[in-house]
Design a protein around this ligand. Sequence first.
Ligand code: HBI
Length: 377
Amino acid sequence: MNSLRLLILSTPVGPLGSGRGGGVELTVANLARVMRQRGHRVAIAAPAGSVLSGQPAARTDALDCQIEIIQVSGSCQPTAQTQNRSAPVIVGSALANAWAYARQAQANYDLLINFAYDWLPFYLTPFLTTPVAHFVSMGSLNDCLDEAIFQLSAQFPATLGAYTRSQADTFVSPTGTAPLRWQILGSAIDIAQYDYCDRPGDSLAWVGRISPEKGLTAAIAAAVAANRPLKIFGKLETTDYWQSIQQSLSATAAALITYCGFLPTPQLQQALGHCQALLVTPQWVEAFGIGVIEALACGVPVIAYRRGGPAEIVCHGKTGWLVEPGDRAGMVAAIAQIEQIDRYACRQQAETMYSLAAWGDRCEQWFNQIISGTIGS
Ligand code: HBI
């Protein structure tokens, strides 16, 4: 296998390790390590202050110090899901600076790997001489990125990567044009970092960026209706959103809800593993739901809306329950039946379907196809 020289350009919404990039931060760190383990040379361009954090030092130190992090200056990108249609271009942004670096350094790389959910990298691709693989991290959110993706797909077929089919299907190509070609890559975690727990307490769990589209209020409502404690893990994306949630809680509800903070993987998995079930109630088409496979890896069954990535992961009745979106009574009924799910079956699903090795194979094959130009033929 030839050794590739890879430049990964992370999400510009925040430094790696800050939590502001949500699941992409874990995906970028996992991809860098998996590719390094396979002998490829890896560099990551990410907003200044980035670290490859949250992993047990012993096992990954050697790998991590072989992965160069290029700290990119400039202001972080506002998150696409909070912008309206006339969102301005940010001048002097970390996004623009990252791609200025990519243009200047591209001759040192065989492939650029984009994780920014922003118009610019898609628009710039034809101007660059080094090929670009685009990991699209969310479903369709705005017209300008949709348009850039349609243009790119026509010129560079199958350089678009998505986590799941339902995420890819949210991008509907204009009538009369060829359907978009996607590489459906799924995602993965380092299973060895997650401990199987078969003795849970009585608490439910919720994991994710704490912002409206993730649907935390629906999970709280279900836990309160079921009269079960709920532990919340994740980055407070906007404090006023969290405050509005807290103000809306009755005293009884507030007594059930605990915010546990944004924890690095070792601490998160330790606390998550002791929960009865993970509640997944996104208000949008969740592209994947990396928290879902983290819970499964710990033996924690998942109760999720039947929509988007989580619905493609959870095996209904075997590793959790799927409930119609918005159906609070259905969530409460599923919570009452959670003991019917075999926790070890959850662990086994994570081990067989979401290991880094299988995902690394898919990514490596895709990268080689793009570089050799055999893709899209
Ligand atoms: N918004 N503009 C923009 N660019 C991103 O790369 C981006 C985002 N919002 C969320 C996000 N990335 C990550 O949290 C992904 O994990 C979804």
